[in-house]
Design a protein around this ligand. Sequence first.
Ligand SMILES: C[S@@+](CC[C@H](N)C(=O)[O-])C[C@H]1O[C@@H](n2cnc3c(N)ncnc32)[C@H](O)[C@@H]1O
Length: 295
Amino acid sequence: MSVASSHNHDSLQKNTTERYFEDKLVAQNYAIYRPPYPDSVFIASVNFLNSNATNEANKFPFAVDVGCGTGHQSTVPLAKYFDSVLGVDISKEQISEAEKSKHPENVNFKVSAGESLPVEDETVSLLQAATAAHWMNLDKFYKEADRVLTPGGVIALFSYSSGFQTLDHHHSAEINAILEEMEDRPYKRGFYAAGNCKLKRRYTDNCFLIPYTDTVRLNNIPQPVTATVEGFLGFYSNQSPFRRMKEAEPDLTAKWMEDVTTRLLNTLETTGMSSEFTYNLEVHMLLGRKPHQPK
Ligand SMILES: C[S@@+](CC[C@H](N)C(=O)[O-])C[C@H]1O[C@@H](n2cnc3c(N)ncnc32)[C@H](O)[C@@H]1O
């Protein structure tokens, strides 16, 4: 996959990045199409939290999921490990979808920026941001994290990388070439905002360095997704770089999407949008523990 200079892309900034997610339809499509994370991601956070805790019950009091979106992908999976879970998102539309969705009783949602959380000092065991940290002001977020985390509490930042790869198909090479073309197009045409570029670089920028000494980076956690062609296209076309490209180049994008969809269906040897195929994403993750003693 080609990587153009990030400088031009990084300059594609809006006043408020969160506006990319404010639209009601975007929030509804998130709820429908966004694939779930593998359990191993949540287990990695809990194991890291537990590795330095005296908690034999393996259940902790309180987790906060920042940039929770509609909640079902990243907030709800925490419910079985914590007595109480709060999902916060800066977007009212995302929180409104999250509140409407079926969720366990110990999960609540609130509109809030991750940089200024509606929780008491030293009350949070796990502060998580799933595919959201690249939209935040990380200096402010890490200060806020230090305020709200209990001593020994953990920050967990993760996201899936770009780069779809099919699994288990006899035309995998051809399908992967089409998926790579889809992945690359909004990037090459200059529709990556600074946050998208940080995500593409897999959270390796210095701004992501968690300001604690006890930190871990986990790379390439497999995230296999089985989806219908319609579901995959729904997920793909709801991502912010594609939405920006479609808004700026509606006719060109519609024509290209029609063509690429036909090629994808032909290569999958199906005409049905409801046919399923499996592709892999990879999750990368940063974990960091607040010291037990003040710094
Ligand atoms: C890509 S979505 C991720 C949603 C969900 N966590 C998931 O993994 O599917 C990013 C979310 O971060 C939210 N967001 C962006 N900037 C934020 C900020 N400063 N504070 C809190 N949420 C923010 C957006 O509104 C959006 O819902």
